[in-house]
Design a protein around this ligand. Structure first.
Ligand SMILES: Cc1cc2nc3c(=O)[nH]c(=O)nc-3n(C[C@H](O)[C@H](O)[C@H](O)COP(=O)(O)OP(=O)(O)OC[C@H]3O[C@@H](n4cnc5c(N)ncnc54)[C@H](O)[C@@H]3O)c2cc1C
Length: 342
């Protein structure tokens, strides 16, 4: 029997995880993307897999903790498959008493049992944290990957299964039986996927500060997070709804660094920052559109907003099930692109 031929448009987190899942399901897959993967939102993201703090602190994610958790729980399988490092050490809220109280209460409302961390133990969990902070709120439910490592490993694993790559934009099916649209915030395939008109952009800026290697937990501060990356700390991220440009705004970067310096004094003295901007794609309800599009043969994996890495394996599983007529699992209905059709 001939294999189902698939074009995947987009080589970010969504496109690459879908390509791998489809290749594993026996499909003949070609991935199109005109840009280097590290230039995508996926390449510049902080890599947090954060069902707990996202559902606790982001109003749009509040009702979706179960779904975010389901996405996270597929990561150990991907870790083993790809040989990447999945950091399961957790995340720590640090800030004013009001911030800690809010974080603690919000995590408890999700059914979690966060741990209050006394001053003496903070330095072990977050080396270099300013000594003035007297306590923190810890959850071990949030994990982290290195996006650059994950993108490279996904691509290598896909190539090992015969997936081929084209360094140009897909303009349609490109001769394949199915088209998987994983083009992030881009809407140029709207002719075959009118659903893309429901996406709106949210620009995000962050700054990588060369403080020296940080091997502590992700810190959830007030107005910014601090996450490890090779060579220092990533401080992020702005949420600029309606903007899809990649311009760096020095004032916003300075504001992130000010919060970061309050958390880690080394930020103030560090030289050699890298400021970056990316564009998240969001849907009206904050959840991605994953599954069959209105046009025959079109599948969508777009609109993951702040949680594209977290949800990528869940989206890939649903996409593969749509193609193979397999079981798409309990979350496919909530992510079905048709939910906006009415
Ligand atoms: C500052 C910031 C921090 C973030 N931090 C996190 C985080 O910590 N954890 C998390 O889970 N998420 C995070 N996110 C969100 C996450 O980055 C996105 O949800 C995710 O990257 C979306 O992946 P994607 O594959 O859908 O899109 P993208 O990564 O944007 O990839 C889309 C790709 O499609 C390509 N493309 C466009 N048009 C075409 C075409 N016609 N044909 C072929 N290719 C095309 C583009 O070149 C691009 O490479 C963050 C986002 C930002 C901006």
């Amino acid at each position: 029997m001939s294999r189902i031929r698939i074009t995947v448009a987009g080589a970010g987190a969504m496109g690459l995880t879908a390509a791998l899942a489809l290749a594993e399901a026996g499909c003949e897959v070609t991935v199109f993307d005109p840009s280097a993967s590290l230039a995508s939102a996926s390449g510049m993201a902080a890599g947090m897999l954060a069902p707990a703090f996202e559902a606790a602190l982001d109003p749009e994610a509040r009702d979706h903790f179960d779904l975010l958790l389901a996405g996270r729980d597929l990561w150990p399988g991907l870790e083993a498959r790809l040989g990447i490092r999945l950091d399961r050490s957790g995340a720590l809220a640090v800030g004013s008493p009001a911030h800690l109280e809010r974080s603690d209460q919000a995590l408890r409302r999700l059914g979690l049992h966060p741990t209050g961390i006394p001053r003496g133990a903070l330095a072990d969990l977050a080396p270099g944290l300013a000594p003035g902070w007297t306590s923190g709120v810890l959850t071990r439910e949030d994990w982290r990957i290195d996006p650059a490592q994950a993108l490279a490993a996904l691509r290598a694993a896909a190539e090992a299964l015969g997936v081929t790559f084209q360094a140009r934009a897909a303009t349609g099916f490109e001769g394949a039986d199915r088209l998987v649209i994983a083009t992030g915030a881009a809407r140029d395939l709207g002719v075959v996927a009118p659903e893309l008109s429901r996406l709106h952009p949210i620009k995000g800026q962050l700054v990588r500060v060369m403080t020296g290697a940080y091997d502590g937990l992700v810190i959830r501060g007030e107005g910014a997070y601090a996450a490890p990356f090779a060579g220092g700390l990533t401080l992020g991220a702005t949420m600029e709804a309606g903007r899809d440009d990649l311009e760096i705004d020095p004032e916003r970067i300075a504001a992130l660094k000010a919060v970061g310096a309050g958390l880690f004094p080394a930020v103030a003295g560090a030289v050699g920052d890298i400021a970056q901007a990316g564009v998240r794609a969001a849907t009206p309800d904050g959840l991605p559109m994953v599954g069959r599009g209105r046009h025959h043969g079109v599948l969508l994996a777009v609109g993951a907003r702040r949680n594209g890495w977290l949800l990528a394996p869940l989206a890939a599983r649903i996409i593969a099930a749509c193609v193979t007529e397999g079981e798409a699992g309990p979350y496919a209905g909530r992510l079905d692109p048709a939910r906006f059709s009415a």
